[in-house]
Design a protein around this ligand. Structure first.
Ligand code: NAI
Length: 290
């Protein structure tokens, strides 16, 4: 494996491109607008400089890393040369199906097609392609350069050799892969999202304020980040989409998204990415409670 195409340059896509480039892969990064791609390159550069301070990279390795990332706004062009394609576009079934059709059409026949989806069925994405045995979930965690886990999701038809390849590749990126089967929310979000949703219900019902809920879970349960801050960090729109998939896919009322979460998404308060969620975020990333 040498050539990786990453589709979507948002929160996750820029992190995935960063990590592949850090470990010597040539990366084609695609998004719908050049503006988004330029912002992604700035983020990657800033995060690479952070890695220099932490002595993970040397100063000299930063331009080398950046030179391995090539940006595109046209999917067919970006897919021309790819051993692996990692789709990290917006969490929406119809959009991902459309992208997977194009991945299948334009990527080389031998390429593995992976999705970073948090909850959408890998089997359903595979079904729109002519190569379901080569389709797999490669679910990185946020922030990608820091978090050590890759949840590897096997679709119904995923070939075991493809799973092995992705497991090896994840190790090559310094990550720990964990192989799971394709059910709504897989393992990570099936367990995490009900907790975040419950924290939002707790806030909605006035049991406690934002700070109190987060402090109790941080200091009392040893979580590095409170659930409301984590929801902001993931993106409230992403949390809502995942809960909808869990609710629909598992048919259990306990996954029904909290009305306050739905209202905040409608109001455009999506968390860190829009500057406002359960907290407000200044340009430098500092926060204060709403
Ligand atoms: P985001 O909203 O930050 O970025 C999505 C990007 O996809 C945007 O830049 C958008 O312009 C781009 N996009 C939309 N349609 C496209 C198309 N047709 N072609 C190319 N690019 C397109 O979303 P985020 O948070 O990066 O999520 C991406 C995926 O990663 C989702 O499937 C999400 O469930 C998953 N994920 C998110 C995590 C998080 O903490 N935010 C954690 C793990 C997975």
């Amino acid at each position: 494996m040498k050539y990786i195409t990453v589709i979507g340059a948002g929160t996750m896509g820029n992190g995935i491109a960063h990590v592949f480039a850090q470990f010597g892969f040539e990366v084609n990064l695609v998004d719908v607008q050049d503006e988004i791609l330029q912002k992604a390159l700035q983020t990657i550069h800033k995060n690479a400089e952070r890695q220099v301070k932490k002595q993970i990279l040397t100063e000299q390795q930063v331009p080398e890393l950046m030179s391995r990332i090539h940006v595109f706004t046209q999917l067919p062009e970006a897919l021309q040369r790819a051993d692996l394609v990692v789709e990290a576009a917006t969490e929406k079934q119809s959009l991902k199906e459309d992208i997977f059709r194009q991945m299948d059409q334009y990527a080389p026949a031998a390429a593995i097609l992976a999705s970073n989806t948090s909850s959408i069925s890998i089997t359903r994405l595979a079904a729109v392609t002519n190569r379901p045995r080569q389709v797999i979930g490669m679910h990185f965690m946020n922030p990608v350069p820091v978090m050590p886990l890759v949840e590897v999701i096997q679709g119904f038809h995923t070939d075991p050799s493809v799973t092995d390849t992705i497991v090896q590749l994840s190790r090559q990126l310094g990550k720990t892969p964990c192989v799971v089967n394709d059910y709504p929310g897989f393992v990570s979000n099936r367990i995490l999202m009900p907790m975040l949703n419950e924290a939002i219900y707790t806030l909605q019902q006035g049991v406690a304020g934002v700070e109190e809920i987060d402090t109790i879970m941080k200091l009392g349960m040893g979580h590095p980040m409170g659930p409301l801050q984590l929801a902001d960090f993931i993106g409230l729109d992403v949390c809502l989409s995942i809960l909808q998939v869990l609710h629909e896919g598992l048919g259990d009322q306990r996954y029904a998204p909290c009305p306050l979460l739905v209202k905040m998404v409608h109001a455009g308060c999506l968390g860190v990415k829009t500057g406002e969620g359960f907290y407000r975020y200044a340009a430098e990333g500092k926060e204060k409670t709403v």
